[in-house]
Write a protein that binds this ligand. Structure first.
Ligand code: PEP
Ligand code: MG
Length: 888
């Protein structure tokens, strides 16, 4: 049986429904849904994503039966509108738009006013009684058709328009008369013929199929491909095409078009936020060409243009009711598009609105309080990765700042960087590790890569719903839009502010996306905190998750930060970082340079009290929570100077000859230090190093237990174990030292000895290793390196190519490779538990804070993940998502 390729909607009836998003695309599904719930939607029909797939599979041809289905659906629209497609007296005009299952704003093509030709234009004149409007629509249609369907350079016809204006001595399109526009239509068609070598199609059916083909074709245009890559949207989803009766917001002063959000998309505040333009067509609002007016008075400021609430009060009231209906229906914030044609309101689109992390949280928490959604829904509404935005610094309120301009607070956060004026430059500077602010008059989809590379975006034109604002919010980037206080000169590569400052390319500015301020120079920032709605949401998160979340921290300060973010212990304290602190590196180097045991021991004696005080301070901050301390891991050469000046300084300090120091450095040189003399291998050769560290840990613990009544169970972790025998020897040493310390202090302190699982052999032999380990922690940084045979330090040079070319979907050092490295995690976990049923198991590689990897750890059954302090809330939320999705 043949599938259904076309779904109609209109006059309160729809073939499809909201749940058919994969088939109808987001726009088509929501048009069907809005129609069914009785909202005023212009009739139309949707060609499904199946058609798009077939189109690409069959060398750009359509499936059998499609034409007949389109003809029937078109007839239904004619009937519902009581107009005829191509009818001279009473013509039906349609729009043809893309609509993919995932929102891809502005990435694909649209054709408006389709159905116009030399005959039907007379019908439009008769109906609208406005020949100027009719010819303006006609010339816009030819421009769009030529550009979108035929790929003709938009500048060609645009220059004819410019010429027409200058020959009349006018500057605005609106100053051209009906006769001028009629002439322009003729000129456009002549130019179309000479440029493309064919006539502009007068047949509306030919126009329709041309536009449908172009929209399906635009699924593969470069900017859509880039957008999908950035947002991980699979290219085999395809787009749907929506053909819908045109309604006009540009037929006079009782017409308008607008975009609104049912709540504020930047802050989440529960008020109706939107912008509109009187006498304008669809894209004018979002394109940022005219600065739109606010829809209501709620946040009206001096100098704002009049609100729709005052100008078109009836339509506003109707729209406000629709806002409530939509929120009750979808139980989420909606982003809507509407048009008012001679006083009658039409809904053109609704979709779940993109929002900042701050808004996502506020909306979720408010909607629970309003009884619209449950706490579980609220938790699932916020994307873990999105929290990253809130965990970034904001401007220090104490800092002095010179505000040089003010625009719209389009996407919150604070960012500083050097000004650049185009996307390529932004990308280039980013590659050189420079922080930049991308400054544009307005942005377009072509600028996406530059926006992605920039710290923040500043535009001179466009509102809160402009391309720049919407895209920046989606990316979680700070953005100030519509900043009319600045004049940008691309040629001179500079901007001038109304306050008289000239900012040249390379000069530093700071943006505050929460206030819209543009500030001279770089302003200090303050660290974020979890409070208010964020704290409320996180308290729900903790009700649903099973995985514990610890942190990777090696200073009391980081430990405190992580506790404030809700960390439930330290999963990895890397002791080597402590070796670099202050003047202790000197003692560490003495230890390395000593060529006998006595020399090493005397150097280690100097380090011992310092390590002990580090541990004391960390234990104090983490009071009551588990702390895993990893013994020394990196190869020794990392602690020695590599240039000759530093070597001679060191020789002087330790009373050795330069040549001796140099010889040591050379002797420690390794071809593959990551696979060399590091981790537990060091302690097999020099057991006294780990002995000192265990002694420091246990003395710190004993002191706190004895003097301050702490309850503490230090977890001592041995890195880079490949064979159980390594662990057997080192564990015996550790027990000897630990028990000796306890005896000396006369207290019983429980401690655990465990290991990192970060080599494939360790994972494969985890059953044997578990005989000597009371806990495992998967070091997935090294495990990824050794499973892939891919250097952690060098892969950054070429892994981006792998991702770019689709060899790998994601960088395996960022998101755990579940199929490969993950399999070793699973094996290690299962084999370890088979030996020791109560084996504690966690992960402390960077993956512990990456949402998809956290979900994987939940599914394998680990006890905890451990991540850097600023990722703790992300991991908590990801763990809750994993648990909630598991229960479904
Ligand atoms: C690891 O290898 O995953 C790990 C946490 O240890 P490090 O990054 O210090 O090698
Ligand atoms: Mg490691």
């Amino acid at each position: 049986m043949m599938g259904q390729y076309v779904y109609s909607f209109g006059n309160g009836q729809a073939d499809g429904e909201g749940s058919l998003r994969v088939l109808l695309g987001g726009k088509g599904a929501n048009l069907a849904e809005m129609t069914s719930i009785g909202l005023p939607v212009p009739p139309g029909f949707t060609l499904t994503t199946e058609v798009c797939k077939a189109f690409y599979e069959n060398n750009r041809s359509y499936p059998e039966g499609l034409r007949a289905e389109v003809a029937a659906a078109l007839a239904l629209v004619e009937k519902r509108m009581n107009k005829g497609f191509g009818d001279q007296q009473n013509p039906l005009l349609v729009s043809v738009r893309s609509g993919a299952p995932a929102s891809m704003p502005g990435m694909m093509d649209t054709v408006l006013n389709l159905g116009l030709n030399d005959h039907t234009v007379t019908g439009i004149i008769a109906q609208s009684n406005d020949p100027r409007f009719a010819y303006d629509s006609y010339r816009r249609f030819i421009q769009m058709y030529a550009n979108v369907v035929k790929g003709m350079d938009g500048e060609i016809l645009e220059s004819l328009l410019e010429r027409a204006k200058s020959s009349k001595g006018v500057t605005l399109d609106t100053e051209l008369s009906a006769a001028d526009l009629k002439q322009l239509v003729a000129d456009f068609k002549a130019c179309y013929r000479t440029t493309l070598g064919e006539d502009f199609p007068e047949d509306p059916h030919e126009q329709l199929w041309g536009a449908i083909g172009a929209v399906f074709g635009s699924w593969m245009n470069p900017r859509a491909v880039t957008y999908r890559k950035l947002h991980s949207i699979p290219s085999d989803w395809g787009t749907a095409v929506n053909v819908q009766a045109m309604v006009f917001g540009n037929m006079g002063e009782d017409c308008a078009t607008g975009v609104a959000f049912t709540r504020d998309p930047a802050t989440g505040e529960n008020y109706f936020y939107g912008e509109y333009l009187v006498n304008a067509q669809g894209e004018d609002v979002v394109a940022g060409i005219r600065t739109p007016q606010p829809i209501n008075r709620a946040k009206h400021k001096e100098g704002d243009l009049p609100a729709m609430e005052d100008v078109l009060p009836d339509s506003y009231q109707q729209l406000a009711k629709i806002r409530t209906i939509l929120e009750r229906h979808y139980k989420d914030m909606q982003d809507i598009e509407f048009t008012i044609e001679t006083g009658k309101l039409y809904m053109l689109q609704t979709r779940t609105g993109k929002r900042t992390a701050q808004a996502a949280i506020k909306i979720a928490v408010d909607m629970v309080q309003e009884g619209l959604i449950s706490e579980k829904d609220a938790v699932l509404r916020v994307e873990p990765a999105q929290l990253d935005q809130l965990l970034h610094p904001s401007l220090d309120p104490q800092a002095e700042k010179e505000v040089i301009a003010k625009g719209l607070p389009a996407s919150p956060g604070a960012a500083s960087g050097q000004v650049v004026f185009n996307a390529e430059e932004a990308e280039e500077q980013n590659r050189l590790k420079k922080k930049v602010i991308l400054v544009r008059i307005e942005t377009s989809p072509e600028d996406i890569h530059g926006m992605n590379a920039a710290q923040g975006i500043l535009t001179a034109r466009g509102g809160m719903t402009s391309h720049a604002a919407v895209v920046a919010r989606g990316m979680g980037k700070c953005c100030v839009s519509g900043c009319s206080d600045i004049k940008i000169d691309y040629e001179k590569q500079q901007l001038v502010t109304r306050s008289g400052h000239t900012i040249k390319k390379g000069d530093a500015i700071t943006l505050d996306g929460s206030t819209g301020e543009v500030i001279l120079g770089t302003v200090p920032k303050v660290q974020p905190a979890v409070s208010g709605d964020f704290a409320t949401l996180m308290s729900w998160v903790d009700k649903f998750r099973r995985l514990k979340v610890r942190t990777n921290a090696d200073t009391p300060h980081d430990s405190q930060t992580a506790r404030d973010f809700g960390a439930e212990g330290i999963g990895l304290c890397r002791t080597e970082h402590m070796f670099f602190e202050g003047d202790r590196i000197q003692a560490v180097r003495e230890m390395i340079l000593a060529d006998n045991l006595a020399g090493r021991k005397s150097a280690l004696d100097k380090i011992l009290p310092m390590q002990k005080s580090d541990f004391l301070n960390i234990f104090k901050v983490m009071k009551g929570l588990p702390v895993t301390i990893r013994l020394l891991d990196p190869p020794l050469h990392e602690f020695l100077p590599q240039n000759e000046d530093d070597m001679s300084e060191l020789a002087h300090a330790v009373g050795m000859k330069f040549s001796e120091v140099k010889a040591h450095v050379e002797q420690l040189h390794e071809f593959n230090p990551m696979l060399g003399h590091r981790g537990c291998r060091l302690a097999i050769t020099y057991p006294e190093v780990y002995d000192m560290q265990v002694q420091a840990i246990m003395e710190a613990a004993c002191e706190l237990v004895k003097n301050e009544g702490f309850e503490i169970v230090p977890e001592i972790m041995i890195p880079l174990v490949a064979h159980v025998n390594e662990l057997r020897i080192l564990r015996a040493n550790a027990i000897r030292v630990a028990d000796e310390v306890c005896r000396r202090y006369g207290v019983e302190v429980n401690y655990l000895i465990g290991t990192m699982i970060e080599l494939p052999r360790a994972a494969l032999t985890a059953d044997a290793i578990a005989q000597e380990a009371e806990f495992f922690s998967f070091g997935t940084n090294d495990l990824t390196q050794t499973t892939y045979g891919l250097s952690r330090d060098d892969a950054g040079h070429f892994l981006p190519d792998y991702v770019e070319r689709g060899v790998l979907k994601r960088d395996p050092f960022v998101a755990l490779d579940q199929r490969g490295v993950g399999e070793l995690v699973r094996i290690g976990f299962e084999r370890g538990r088979s030996t020791r049923a109560d084996l504690k198991v966690g992960i402390c590689g960077e993956h512990g804070g990456e949402p998809s990897s956290v979900v994987f750890c939940h599914n394998v059954g680990l006890d905890y993940v451990s991540c850097s302090p600023y990722r703790v809330p992300i991991a908590r939320l990801a763990a809750a998502h994993a648990a909630l999705q598991d229960n479904r």
